[in-house]
Structures are given as C-alpha cells and as structure tokens.
Design a protein around this ligand. Sequence first.
Ligand SMILES: Cc1cc2nc3c(=O)[nH]c(=O)nc-3n(C[C@H](O)[C@H](O)[C@H](O)COP(=O)(O)O)c2cc1C
Length: 243
Amino acid sequence: MNEHLESRWSNLKAIIEERRAVRNFDGSQVDSEDLREILAAALLAPTSSNLQLFRLHVVTSAEGRAAVAEACMNQRAARGAPVLIAVAACPVEGRRSIAEQAEAIAQDGAITPRARRHAEQHLKTIGMLVRFGPVSLLAPLIRTALSIVRCFRPTPDLPFGKSAFRAWTMRNSAFVAQTLMLAAQARGYASCPMEGFDRFRVQRALGLVNEEVWLMIALGRRADDARVERRWRRPFSTLVRVH
Ligand SMILES: Cc1cc2nc3c(=O)[nH]c(=O)nc-3n(C[C@H](O)[C@H](O)[C@H](O)COP(=O)(O)O)c2cc1C
C-alpha cells in the first residue's frame, strides 16, 4: 500500500473503530453546518437502482425531540440527544423517483449516448418493478412466474408483494443510516442507532404519510463520562466464510 492509501485507510479505519453506540451526550448543540455536511454525506449512500426511496427527518426543536423521544420509550440516547433523526422508507415514491432520475439523465450533457440508452433501458425495467412491486394482488402470480423462470436461469428474488417491497426499501435505508453515522463520527459527533421505538407514534409525531420509519438515530457530542459497553464481536472465523 502506498503512503496515500495508507493514510486514507488509517483515517477511515479509525472512524469505523471509534464509532460506538453512544447513549450519553454532552448537552451541546450540533453545529448547523456540521449537521448539513453529515446529512449531505449520508445522501451519497448507495441505493438500489439509485432510487433513493428514503427520507431523513431531522428533529432539533425541544418540543419535537420530546415527542419523538417519548415514542422512543424515552430511552437514554433519545432523551439526551440534541438531534434525533428518523430514517424513513418511502415505498410509494418509486414512480416519482424514476421520473426524476429520467429527467436528470435527459438533462445530463456529459453522458455518452450509449450510457444514456443503457440508463433509460434500466429505468424502464426498474419502472416495472416499482409499478407492480408493491401491488400485493399480482405479487403471488409474479412470484410464481419468477420461480418457474428460476428453474431455467438465474433469477433475482425481486421485491414483489407489499412486505417484500417494504423490506427492500428498508434494506436500502440501512446504507443511508450507516453512512450518516460514519460521517457524524468523522465530523466529531457520536451517534446511537435505535430500533427501540414505536414506529406509529414516531410517524404521528412527525406527521408522516406513506413513510415508514424503520430506524432512529440519536446524534450529538459524546459526553466525557459516556458509558459505552465493552466492545465485543463474534470471532472473524464465525462471521466470515470464504468460499
Ligand atoms: C438496527 C439496530 C438497532 C439498535 N437499537 C438500539 C436501541 O434501540 N437502543 C440502543 O441503545 N442501542 C441500539 N442499537 C445499538 C446496538 O446495541 C450496538 O450497535 C451494538 O451493541 C454494538 O455496539 P457498538 O455499536 O458500540 O459497536 C441498535 C443497533 C442497530 C444496528
């Protein structure tokens, strides 16, 4: 590894290693420029076909935080964080996202004709998925057809059906959440991912329609005396199998 790569690697590795689930914050606010940078970095997370069917709801007001923290069972990280972020999946936004992406491709003067054709074709294919994916009436039919096709050639397990589509949009949001937490760490903040919350109450508190909050993130500066569990991971050889 050359010096440049060595330095990039050690910086990133330090950020990954230092990120911990922190539940005690020091009471200071998150600088608004820092917050913007962290959120903008999170938006660079990868998503399936670049559909970006998620939304980040950032709660900074005292009343908003109190309402959301209550829906998070008033757990420690939620109670004390100056910023709470709801990572929501928007399963019904597929068609809109495709239209926006098609528009962006049309406006892109730098794209080669070949890449444009490829992108347009891909959007058409993915358009079928977002149109029919969440339609639960057709889902069993499509799944059966796919399993027959699978006997003859490799066929991906496409997210047809409401719950499969929902799992798919949620899976996508996970990348956004992790990118956000690493960006926060790199910018000097601590975070705690939280699934211990009442999704429906959080959604109500934030006035969300057609969005499903699947993860909450508490964000703030780590308190000097923050209690963090001893780091424990299962053995490498258990979790990593080389084939
Ligand atoms: C999906 C998910 C949900 C979690 N939910 C909570 C939670 O509700 N409350 C909490 O205090 N920590 C929560 N955590 C944090 C984990 O307990 C923590 O990541 C784990 O113990 C490993 O510790 P580390 O993140 O410090 O390495 C959650 C983590 C993940 C990934």
